[in-house]
Write a protein that binds this ligand. Structure first.
Ligand code: GDP
Ligand code: MG
Length: 660
């Protein structure tokens, strides 16, 4: 909303400008008036729209043209005053004042005008006949009003109209010549209708109307008021009401009616609630609320935002096949000013047999956008009306900024749900195949992907100890000169070589030595294309030996050249490594199934870590308070069970290690 409103009064001398201002302020007609009164400010709480209002007088006798021009450019609304009993003063409105104002204001931000016919006490007839043609010619004239400073007639109305002309201008909404709403206004209201049509059946039913009413005006509609509204629409339109609900046509008709009856502040309230500014563009503050993301932190959607996105999916998946057909996707993004997802998205997330984005894939893509470009995601949620429909303060309420990765490493715990794995490998080593296999696509399927539709990202979910986590794979362009910080910052690294190409391994060793030898990021070597005959790598030592020397798990064989869907095991391993980069008893197989892996995972589990920490705290602390005691007995009980299990785990581990 605006901070204040500045009203300027202009017109020929002696038409009563100064008298009008003085009558408003003192509520009586002044017998003696100066040429000009000083600017007055009416405090917000006594104005009808609750905005501080400045009223500025003009006098040719006291002010220069330069001063006038300056005032014109500063004004938010200009009242051109004439005297109803003076023909010359009316003529001057068109011959002098309107052109003068047009010359001194920006073309893009036309200031609204109000024609004020003063001294109505002196004549019997109205000046409207002369004034209406002028109004029709000049669309910037918001309204006209006849008044009398002497009789105090229409004085407060005049200033109310002026205020309203600034706060709720009709200009952007309505075209008086066509007697219809302007296209941009129709577009905005159509978007609002679609966002508010929660079940996407093209009709606002009573529930949706009540919700709409509540979020826009803070009060639900009385049942009979709801019926009255529908009856008005029924009477005036063919199909404005369908199945006892309001169609888009009816909704638009209703707003046209509001505007035509001078109630355009109603339409403005709706538009503003849905984020529109005076030019009917979505507000920057609405689309991009401040969301600070410190370095080494990542961004994730929270539960609330996922729920909202789910409901958006459900309302557009009309055939309930848990995937969005191209038409359904088009319909979903109809409330956007452009289509945000290109064909590459279909190769970034899971799709069904028809190549349509599945429910899982849809949520994955949102997760990806949130992780890579949170500003964009804020904007997208804004188009979908997240903050309004989910009744949140702003779009930013849908996001979690995770803890600094350095602290995660220190505390050996993470609350993250999205892990990034950067995939390095020489040209044609099988990186893309590795990414696509994560989306369940074998080589045959991958060959159908068009070059211009390929993606350097793949994201999907994996389950680590029954917890659903997102793994984001990023294929890094194999050229050291192009490496960015984002290419190096990740939770786990994949180094891919082609078992059938003797020169592909060396690249992996280079990347590792250059960037990851001393880094705390876990690395995994992938021996890709394992369906092909393996050749000896042209490098000083074998890949297995290299991994051993550098304390990496042994190379993991991988192929996507199989008839069925490629196995997901490797991706679960990667996610586990990303979640537990500290795994001290690192099992070399990381299969997550053998006893080694289970022991290791248990020892790293959050429960055990907490129990251990509590135990230490209790044992080491000298002065134990009553409160502590209560909780520590609990923890002691809990930890006895846990440590028995841990000891058992160790024993099993040792036995197995020996037998190895
Ligand atoms: P300005 O030059 O436009 O500021 O006009 P003034 O306020 O100085 O008024 C000029 C003259 O018109 C004064 O003598 C006022 O008393 C008189 N006047 C102003 N408003 C009215 C009105 O509503 N009715 C009548 N009858 N006289 C008015
Ligand atoms: Mg004056």
């Amino acid at each position: 909303m605006r901070k204040d409103v500045r009203i300027l009064l202009v017109g020929e001398p002696k038409v009563g400008k100064t008298s009008l201002i003085m009558s408003l302020v003192s509520e009586e007609f002044p017998d003696v008036v100066p040429y000009r009164v000083e600017e007055i400010t009416i405090p917000a709480d006594v104005t009808p729209e609750k905005v501080p209002t400045h009223i500025v007088d003009y006098s040719e006798a006291e002010q220069t043209d330069e001063q006038l021009f300056q005032e014109i450019s500063k004004a938010n609304v200009i009242c051109i005053v004439y005297a109803v009993n003076s023909k010359t003063s009316i003529e001057k409105v068109t011959s002098h004042w309107i052109p003068l104002i047009t010359e001194n204001t920006d073309k893009d931000s036309r200031v609204p005008l109000i024609l004020v016919g003063n001294k109505s006490d002196l004549v019997e007839h109205s000046s409207m006949e002369t004034i209406l043609p002028i109004m029709n010619q000049h669309s910037e004239i918001e309204t006209c009003v006849e008044c009398s400073a002497r009789n105090l007639k229409n004085i407060s109305e005049l200033f109310y109209y002026a205020q309203k002309a600034v706060l709720h201008p009709t200009g952007p909404l309505y075209c008086p010549e066509k007697k219809d709403m302007k296209p941009l206004c129709v577009k905005a209201l159509t978007r609002i209708f679609k966002v508010s049509d929660l079940d996407n059946d093209g009709i606002l039913n009573d529930n949706e109307l009540n919700f709409f009413q509540r979020i826009c005006f803070n009060t639900p509609l009385e049942p009979h008021a709801l019926e009255d509204v529908k009856n008005v629409v029924r009477k005036n339109t063919m199909d404005g009401v369908l199945n006892n609900g309001l169609t888009l046509k009816g909704f638009l008709f209703l707003h046209t009616l509001f505007i035509q009856r001078g109630r355009h502040e109603t339409t403005w309230t709706v538009l503003r609630r849905f984020g529109y500014d005076d030019d009917l563009e979505l507000n920057q503050d609405y689309l991009f609320p401040g969301l600070k993301v410190p370095p080494d932190c990542s961004t994730e959607l929270n539960h609330n935002a996922y729920l909202f996105l789910q409901s958006v999916f459900d309302k557009h998946d009309k055939d309930r096949d848990c995937a969005l057909s191209p038409e359904e996707l088009q319909d979903l993004f109809d409330v956007f000013p452009y289509m945000p997802w290109g064909a590459d998205v279909n190769n970034t997330v899971c799709t069904n047999d028809q190549g349509w984005i599945t429910y899982q894939g849809y949520l994955s893509q949102w997760t990806l956008t949130t992780y890579l470009d949170v500003q964009r995601c804020l904007e997208y949620l804004g188009y979908l009306g997240y903050s309004i429909i989910a009744e949140q303060e702003s779009q930013a309420a849908g996001f979690t900024v995770t803890r600094d990765r350095k602290i995660d490493l220190q505390k050996k715990q993470t609350q993250r749900n999205v892990f990034r794995c950067n995939v390095f490998g020489d040209v044609a080593s099988g990186k893309s195949g590795f990414l696509q296999a994560f989306l369940g696509r074998n080589l045959t399927r991958q060959k159908t992907i068009k070059e211009e539709h390929r993606s350097y990202y793949a994201i999907s979910t994996t389950y680590v100890y029954a917890q659903e986590k997102y793994l984001l794979l990023h294929e890094v362009f194999p050229d050291f000169d192009y490496l960015t910080d984002a290419d190096l910052a990740c939770d786990v690294v994949c180094l891919v070589y082609d078992v059938s190409n003797p020169y592909s391994f060396e690249y992996c060793t280079k990347v590792f030595k250059e960037y990851f030898t001393d880094s705390r990021t876990p690395c995994m070597m992938i021996a890709a294309k394992s369906d092909l005959p393996e050749v000896k790598q042209a490098y000083g030592c074998s890949p297995l030996e290299f991994c051993r020397r550098n304390k990496m798990p042994p190379p993991q064989t991988f192929t996507c050249n199989i008839a069925a869907e490629p196995s997901r095991d490797i991706y679960t391993k990667l996610t586990t490594m990303a979640m537990y980069p500290h795994a001290r008893l690192r099992c070399m197989c990381t299969c997550n199934r053998c006893t080694f892996c289970l022991c290791q995972n248990f020892l790293n589990s959050e429960l055990l870590q907490t129990v251990r920490a509590k135990l230490y705290a209790v044992v080491l602390r000298r002065h134990v308070s009553q409160e502590d005691l209560k909780s520590s007995t609990f923890w002691l009980k809990a930890s006895v069970g846990a440590s028995v299990f841990a000891v058992l785990g160790f024993a099993v581990y040792r036995v197995l290690l020996k037998s190895r």
